[in-house]
Design a protein around this ligand. Sequence first.
Ligand code: LLP
Length: 418
Amino acid sequence: MNHFHRGPDGELWAEDVPLRRIADAVGTPTYVYSRATLTRHFQVFDAAWSGVDHLVCYAVKACSNLAVLNVLARLGAGFDIVSGGELARVLAAGGDPAKIVFSGVGKTAEEIEAALTAGILCVNVESAAELEQIDVVAARLGVRAPISVRVNPDVDPKTHPYIATGLKRNKFGIPWAEARATYRRAAELEHIEVVGLDFHIGSQLKETGPLVEAIDRAIELVDALTADGLAIHHLDVGGGLGITYNEEAPPSPAEYATTLIERLGDRPLRVVTEPGRVIVGNAGVMLMRCLLTKRNGETDFVVVDAGMNDALRPALYDAWHGIEPVGVPADATQVVDVVGPVCESGDFFARDRVMPAVAAGDLLAMRSAGAYGFAMASNYNSRRRPAEVLVDGDRFYVVRDREAITDLFAGEHLLPET
Ligand code: LLP
């Protein structure tokens, strides 16, 4: 459920604010998030685990705006980070370092140092080499680094290949067969403290089957490690729960949690989760304006003022996003390609889409854009990245300014004249 709806005037609103008002004040393209939706999604997800000791660590990569992180921090969220930049964001947004887990296949010594200095909950180790490096950094700092080993359970998550992470062909985690040896090594290292076990098999998961396979493998390993005399305090089941973009029907958070909790039996494990998309995906839209329409050959194009640099998912994954007029939709429908101004044929938001007729100047909203929307925006074609707005009831706040033209080349330097 989300709080984007048709208001009393028939136009698209976010909570109690007409999106047209935001577009008029801030311009387009602009990402608009709904605080009530964010809050609801977090609370529903968190409540799904209420039967067990748990911590929900929001995956910052999905949408890392400070105001969004701050709303979640105020609700008690922890955070899953993958870089020193995300660590800095979480701390700047008031996140609790003791609720941060740090994933990623290529952490630098500086990033590990920053995370240990901040006092994070756990570093998710993704290779034998990284384990040794963490020990060295922790020794230098005079601390013991809390770690989980991220195991690669080699299950097929049945999602887009670019966002599958738990197959042995993927770069992520430590191969299943080597996990026990890695833990043995971890137990030997003086500046390492084993606290958990971690996996993450992929994103936009539409069924629980692959997750059950993964958690069963993980539990088998927890039991083996316990038998080896190693205490595993938490099991991090990663993120990945899918959302409805179009006709997908992923499990509800309650169904997802119940299915996984059942597998745990009465083991005294705290469950850590790393949801991103399910919290923020349907809590955001991207506003854009139709610049013009044109017909090339057999195809009708709606050219909008946002491009693949602003919202990359359709170009990168052929992803489907709802696109609808902000104004009262016309009765007449048309079949169109909705495309941006970027110089690539991959710069499309929809192809052969049946939608209400659109004319130059009309405002459009791309739905389900909260996750991996702004977060994946770039300056390609020297385009300014969009503004971000957070709606709260009948108010809205610009939580990130649109970039200025001069921001595009700030930090660049000409060669000396001679
Ligand atoms: N934990 C780890 C270790 C991850 O790598 C990810 C996502 C998550 C948690 C959160 O997954 P979520 O709950 O959001 O599915 N850009 C792609 C998605 C990439 C996901 C990368 N990792 C997209 O737009 O679909």
